[in-house]
Write a protein that binds this ligand. Structure first.
Ligand code: G3I
Length: 365
């Protein structure tokens, strides 16, 4: 896999954050730097989500079902974030393990957790080339059969979560790096029209849900993000219900920061769709050290600032919040430490940098 090497443009960072922090200090609102639940002490600073809400945004985390038995983990998950994305439990292999037989047990568990903590849920994902059930990938389908299977899957899942999921990644990772369509099962049998169909079917099933296309390596302007730009422009022109573009945000220090992220977000906003950073993590070659953690913190701040600078960038989700449950070490040998909290749930410099970028203030009592 996957992240392309990019030049790392430097820039002077965090003026708005510095300004807000200074303003807070002048107003007598100083927040003790380590006063946070992640440090095992009573929370005093406003949560990342509360701070994001000050800007009309959300701040969320992915989670996965096995993690929900880890009480120190769930305490922070329930308190710090305003939205939750199930990392695996709404994918096709989980929700329709046999043809026409749906299982919402695990997805419901995540939704129940979120509702108990007054959090909203991002649905992930209705169609993807990965984590498809065996019956689907091993079958031989005519176009009519596959269309019916896809429609039934999309509509059954979206109807089940109607009113409980505010946004769906309808189609995930449907483009190649060079901006051509990924030749997944659906493309090969149905051609590119499956994307508009899936969006229309999802919209019929829940007209209020925001419908996204979502991918990685699209944070910068290049062939892959250009392809989404053109596709979304065309879908809008055709009256297809597409409401957002999700930029996953799986970044790596060794490949450089996507310097034109803000400009990229803005061009999608100009197409009249929302954007969201949907799966952010910033990995590094291990071992981590002070310099790498400082650079990572700077990148988290830059991602946050880019989103805040674009009105239709509606929120940021980290792909789980702690290194304890990151997917990175299992997929990229020798890399990790990608999230704002470490394996012991201790807040890292990245957490404080995000907090500063959002304009740190005390919790309202
Ligand atoms: O469920 C099985 C379990 O029965 C088995 O014992 C265990 C043994 O390895 O594997 C379990 O499945 C794992 C699954 O996560 C659930 O935990 C898979 O091996 C593992 O490959 C899978 O990884 C997920 C990955 O998607 C699959 O591509 C990650 O948790 C999940 O975070 C990751 O998420 C994706 C997004 O959906 C799309 N964008 C990229 C992102 C990171 O890859």
């Amino acid at each position: 896999m996957r992240t392309l090497a990019l030049p790392a443009p430097r820039r002077s960072r965090g003026r708005s954050a510095v300004f807000l922090a200074a303003a807070a200090l002048l107003a007598g609102l100083a927040v003790a730097p380590a006063a946070h639940a992640g440090d095992g002490r009573k929370a005093e600073a406003a949560t990342l989500h509360d701070l994001a809400e000050d800007h009309g945004r959300y701040f969320g985390s992915a989670t996965d079902n096995p993690e929900l038995t880890d009480t120190p983990y769930t305490e922070l998950l329930g308190e710090e974030f305003g939205t939750i994305t199930p990392g695996n439990s709404m994918k096709w292999d989980a929700t329709e393990p046999q043809r026409g037989v749906f299982d919402f047990t695990k997805g419901d568990e995540v939704v129940d957790f979120a509702r108990a903590h007054r959090q909203r849920v991002r649905g992930h994902t209705l169609l993807w080339h990965s984590q498809l059930p065996g019956w689907l990938t091993s079958g031989t389908w005519s176009a009519d059969e596959l269309r019916a299977i896809l429609k039934n899957h999309v509509q059954t899942v979206v109807k089940h979560y109607k009113g409980k999921v505010f946004a769906w990644d309808v189609a995930n990772e449907i483009m190649n790096e060079d901006g051509t369509y990924r030749e997944n099962l659906f493309y090969k049998t149905l051609g590119p029209g499956y994307i508009a169909d899936a969006l229309r079917w999802a919209h019929q099933a829940d007209p209020k849900a925001k419908l996204y296309l979502n991918d990685y390596n699209v944070e910068w302007i290049g062939p892959k993000s250009d392809a989404y730009y053109e596709l979304i422009k065309q879908l809008k022109a055709d009256g297809v219900p597409v409401h957002g573009f999700g930029l996953q945000g799986h970044l790596a220090l060794q490949y450089g920061f996507p310097g034109n992220l803000q400009e990229n977000l803005q061009r999608f906003a100009d197409l009249r769709v929302d954007t969201a950073l949907t799966e952010v993590d910033i990995r590094m070659v291990l071992p981590s050290d002070e310099a790498k953690l400082a650079e990572q913190a700077d990148w988290y701040a830059r991602v946050t600032e880019a989103c805040l600078a674009v009105k239709r960038c509606v929120g940021i989700t980290v792909w789980d919040y702690t290194d304890r449950y990151s997917w990175i070490p299992a997929f990229f040998e020798g890399e990790g430490a990608a999230l704002p909290w470490d394996e012991n749930l201790k807040a890292k410099p990245a957490y404080f940098a995000i907090r500063d970028a959002l304009g740190v203030r005390p919790k309202k009592t």
